[in-house]
Design a protein around this ligand. Structure first.
Ligand SMILES: Nc1nc2c(ncn2[C@@H]2O[C@H](COP(=O)(O)OP(=O)(O)OP(=O)(O)O)[C@@H](O)[C@H]2O)c(=O)[nH]1
Ligand SMILES: [Mg+2]
Length: 519
């Protein structure tokens, strides 16, 4: 089959769901067919990653760092109350999309950023689309969202609308047979496919609620370890003396806290990684300049006692009597905060000849961004095919559910069953099983649920078996043993829901066994 979107499909699973949509399209009502067309369009687009979290947790800062360009307004302005989608384009262009479907080009501000104030009635704005030439966006579309937990109900509802149901237009004509998407259908096909959840030190039990609320907003898809990771942002602001075992080291403290939060947020997210978004943004987006490096060099020459005193607080740092102009110091604080300044000064003192470029690199290393990027590419990019295909299949299922025609519902249902029965679709079943367990929809004893998570959320067989690096013979024996165990659990020890999951896990082990045995 040839269709325009197939060249860009993420892999064989997406391909099989796309084929299913194509095959069914002529056999369903105009409205369901319009839904399928939307599913097909999304299947061909890069993975949609929403950056979510509480207000002022540093989401936009992190978005800029990831894109490598300071383009999303941070801190203030009405734009931080809007959803902005950053997607790849051949020319830089920003559009305001209104709730009635109208679009209006928005010129960049003088500093190259999206203007913080739009000059239009914000109540009428659905969201902002930013098309940028940055290569990262070829692999994923990044969606910056207003903070959850915000008291501003309007912005929360805008976020929910966009993530849960991208309303490009209001339903003017809602007649039967119309090929316009109705609300239910829109809900079924829209929504982010993956989540980067930003927390800060103060994560509490209700952050898990926020994550669950976000999950609800992603329409028919649940967030889980397959498609959600978290970062502990603003790691630089953690007071290490408040964290036991940190030995006064900020990064160590951040790592310890991240691990604690991982167990709070488990199993909703795969991982919690510490990061300093502000430093990452400055180092990656050209914000850190050679003038900044020069100013830091001057600070490095100060008497250490003086410098340590200045670094006690932002107020002291900017108001202390010193040769570096106060305005310059303020700029350094805005770009690096105290931790970044202190890190840079240490790097200069260790290597006085260090170039501005090498200093920038050292700051980037200190920000932890690289680990986040790597994790993103492991968790999201490597699984984009499975994530997108599972999301598309969930959309197809939801579209069928919403159909008024029972015969149509049955036809779609049967087609999905046929697809899932194919051996190559096993990965989709596994993702589905994993999501059921991770979301608590299917209750499992703790140890079994951890095993399902391990099998379902790792790509490498050694890691799936919980024996990374073990010799093949050991992996094969273990896979076979677990395959047998899960089969008998499916037959004898389980509730019907558990049994369905157990069959899938059994098969996963069986396939692993075949693979290690043959290789
Ligand atoms: N010290 C420090 N400050 C940071 C860090 N990341 C972001 N900030 C600051 O936190 C403030 C809020 O950052 P934003 O990126 O606007 O946060 P946001 O989550 O997008 O905020 P809303 O969109 O309003 O919810 C800004 O002043 C940032 O400079 C960080 O890693 N360390
Ligand atoms: Mg923001």
């Amino acid at each position: 089959m040839t269709s325009p979107e197939q060249g860009r499909l993420a892999g064989p699973l997406s391909m099989s769901v796309a084929n299913l949509c194509h095959r069914l399209q002529p056999q369903v009502s105009a409205r369901t067919a319009a839904g399928f067309a939307e599913v097909l369009r999304r299947l061909g687009a890069p993975l949609q990653v929403a950056v979510a979290g509480r207000i002022k947790s540093g989401k936009s800062t992190l978005v800029n760092a990831l894109i490598g360009r300071r383009v999303a307004p941070t801190d203030i302005g009405e734009c931080t109350r809007l959803v902005t989608r950053f997607q790849y384009g051949t020319v830089d262009r920003v559009e305001i999309v209104f709730t009635d479907g109208r679009k209006q080009v928005l010129p960049f501000a003088a500093d190259g950023m999206i203007p913080a104030e739009l000059g239009v009635d914000i109540e009428k704005v659905s969201h902002i689309e930013a098309y940028l030439t940055n290569a990262v966006l070829q692999g994923m579309t990044v969606i910056d969202t207003p903070g959850l937990g915000s008291l501003d109900a309007a912005s929360v509802s805008r976020t929910e609308q966009l993530l849960g149901a991208a309303k490009h237009r209001k339903d003017e004509d809602d007649e039967e047979g119309s090929d316009e998407l109705d609300d239910t259908s829109r809900n079924a096909v829209a929504g982010a496919e993956a989540v980067l959840y930003v927390v800060t030190q103060g994560v509490r039990a209700d952050d898990q609620q926020a994550l669950a609320a976000f999950t609800a907003a992603t329409a028919s898809r649940e967030a889980g370890p397959v498609n959600a990771i978290a970062v502990l942002n603003k790691a630089d602001t953690i007071a290490p003396e408040s964290v036991e075992g940190a030995d006064g080291d900020v990064w160590k403290a951040a790592t310890i806290l991240s691990e604690k939060q991982a167990s709070t947020l488990k199993p909703r997210v795969a991982d919690v990684l510490p990061v300093i978004g502000l430093i990452a943004e400055s180092a990656e987006s050209g914000g850190f300049t050679s003038a900044d490096a020069e100013a830091l060099r001057q600070l490095a020459e100060l008497d250490d006692d003086v410098l340590q005193t200045m670094l006690i607080s932002a107020d002291i740092f900017t108001s202390w009597e010193c040769d570096v102009p106060a305005g310059t110091r303020l700029r350094l604080l805005e770009k690096l905060d105290l931790f970044g300044v202190s890190h840079a000064v240490e790097a200069i003192r260790k290597e006085p000849e260090i170039t501005a470029g090498a200093l920038r690199r050292s700051l980037l290393d200190a920000s932890g961004l690289e680990a986040v990027r790597q994790r993103l590419s492991i968790v999201f990019a490597a699984r984009a095919d499975g994530i997108k295909a599972a999301a598309a299949l969930a959309s197809v299922t939801a579209l069928a559910h919403a159909s008024a025609d029972p015969a149509e519902r049955q036809r779609v249902h049967d087609a999905i069953e046929v697809l899932l029965a194919k051996p190559e679709a096993h990965q989709l079943r596994l993702l589905e099983a994993l999501t059921l367990v991770a979301s608590g929809a299917v209750d499992m004893p703790e140890d079994l649920s951890e095993e399902v998570l391990r099998v379902g959320s790792n790509a490498d067989i050694g890691a799936q078996l919980g024996k990374p690096g073990a010799p093949r013979s050991e992996l094969a024996a273990h896979a076979l043993e677990r395959a047998g165990w899960w089969r008998s659990f499916a037959s004898f020890g389980a509730t019907p829901a558990q049994s369905r999951v157990a069959h899938v896990v059994h098969r996963a082990y069986f396939l692993m066994w075949q693979q290690v045995r043959e290789a």
